[in-house]
Design a protein around this ligand. Structure first.
Ligand code: ZN
Length: 117
């Protein structure tokens, strides 16, 4: 209890969205430096890079989505996408696992890392 786990794809999506808004805000700040072409260009480039990075992340989510496993959440009954061996439901944040040996154990993000070589 206490810590709520959120779905990984949702987390990445939120991050990409924040990055887009961050980029726009940074570009907007650049408008305050109209007197200095250098600062204005710097802010514009920084903002632009944030938006580019966000686009790449969105593209990456698209690639990841094709590798995810669709499972029916036992808690809310909706179809959710899972990334890795353990993930949380997209709708109700119910911890889910693909690995039977991990069933019933406490949800731990580190289970995903152990799979790596
Ligand atoms: Zn659910």
């Amino acid at each position: 209890m206490g810590i709520k786990y959120s779905n990984k794809i949702n987390k990445i999506r939120t991050f990409a969205l924040v990055l887009i808004f961050g980029g726009i805000i940074v570009m907007y700040f650049g408008l305050f430096f109209k007197t200095s072409a250098l600062f204005m260009t710097l802010f514009m480039i920084l903002g632009f890079l944030c938006i580019i990075a966000s686009t790449i992340i969105y593209f990456w989510i698209g690639m990841l989505s094709s590798k995810t496993v669709q499972v029916e959440c036992p808690n809310c009954g909706k179809l959710t996408k899972m990334l890795g061996r353990v993930d949380a439901c997209m709708y109700c944040s119910e911890p889910l696992t693909l690995d039977k040996s991990l069933e019933g154990k406490e949800f731990d993000e580190t289970y995903n890392k152990k799979k790596k070589f």
